[in-house]
Design a protein around this ligand. Structure first.
Ligand SMILES: [Mg+2]
Length: 268
């Protein structure tokens, strides 16, 4: 079924949060907070941006996170001295509001059916070994090389047969087969944050520019939040900033909103 979607409305049409309304803010980096460059290293950050983000982070009671395909280490370098909650590598790594580093729990939890399915197999043949890396799982068969084909087949079948595992792909290694997250899922990263304070219970707002950000737009829409598409191109986000500059000017305006230091605005 084809449905015509209305074009995203201009960002100026989005009312800023009023007193008592609490938002969680999620921001992509490349193409959203900084113009895309020829090479990833060539990106130029507006000198005032780190201070703006720090001010917003305070105004939002800590509920602001950068959600990017870059690593958290790169984001820290680019946004120094700001050090914000962040999801790096499309959610494969995450730094919570408390500063705790860890893998994206969305991926860790999504692998539960694979954990459950592999457990009896390893119990039956102790030569097999499951290595649980959190957001990925390896099945080693070094001590049972004759079972290679079978191990690969079983893993492939499990990934295909379980909807929760659709976000994973197989990597074939030396005497091992590994299920790793495939591609990006910024939506899962945003969900991870939304389960925690101070993000939980607020209205999530996510700004991004790329196809990989559409997952994030879908997730915030499900949580009664909204997406902001930056730049040209079709999008499922309801609002659009015409450029990086327009988004940054809007972020500046947001810093002057009433402080959002407690959860509210949405039922828990
Ligand atoms: Mg981007």
């Amino acid at each position: 079924m084809t449905q015509t979607r209305p074009r995203p409305a201009p960002l100026g049409a989005l009312p800023l949060p009023g007193p008592g309304e609490c938002w969680s803010l999620f921001l992509d980096f490349d193409g959203t907070l900084a113009e895309l460059a020829e090479t990833p290293d060539g990106v130029r950050v507006d000198p005032g941006l780190p201070a703006t983000l720090e001010a917003l982070h305070r105004a939002f009671g800590g509920a602001l996170a950068v959600v990017s395909g870059r690593s958290i280490a790169q984001l820290d370098d680019l946004l120094a001295p700001a050090r914000l909650p962040a999801a790096g590598m499309h959610g494969l790594e995450r730094r919570s509001a408390k500063g705790a580093r860890g893998p994206g729990e969305g991926f860790v939890r999504a692998l539960d059916p694979l954990r459950a399915a592999l457990a009896p197999m390893v119990e039956d043949d102790p030569r097999l070994l499951v290595e649980d890396k959190g957001p990925s799982i390896v099945l080693h068969y070094r001590r049972a090389p004759e079972r290679e084909e079978e191990c690969r087949r079983v893993m492939a079948r499990l990934l295909e047969g379980e909807p929760a595992l659709a976000r994973f792909r197989l990597v074939l290694g030396k005497r091992m087969v590994e299920a790793v997250p495939s591609g990006s899922d910024k939506g899962a990263a945003i969900l991870d944050f939304m389960r925690e304070r101070p993000f939980a219970g607020r209205r999530p707002v996510f700004a991004g520019d790329d196809l990989t950000d559409e997952d994030g737009f879908d997730v915030v829409a499900k949580l009664s939040g909204l997406g902001i598409k930056v730049g040209e191109g079709e999008s499922r986000a309801p609002y659009r900033a015409a450029s990086v500059d327009e988004l940054i000017a809007w972020l500046h305006r947001l810093t002057r909103c009433p402080p959002m230091t407690r959860s509210g605005g949405l039922p828990h």
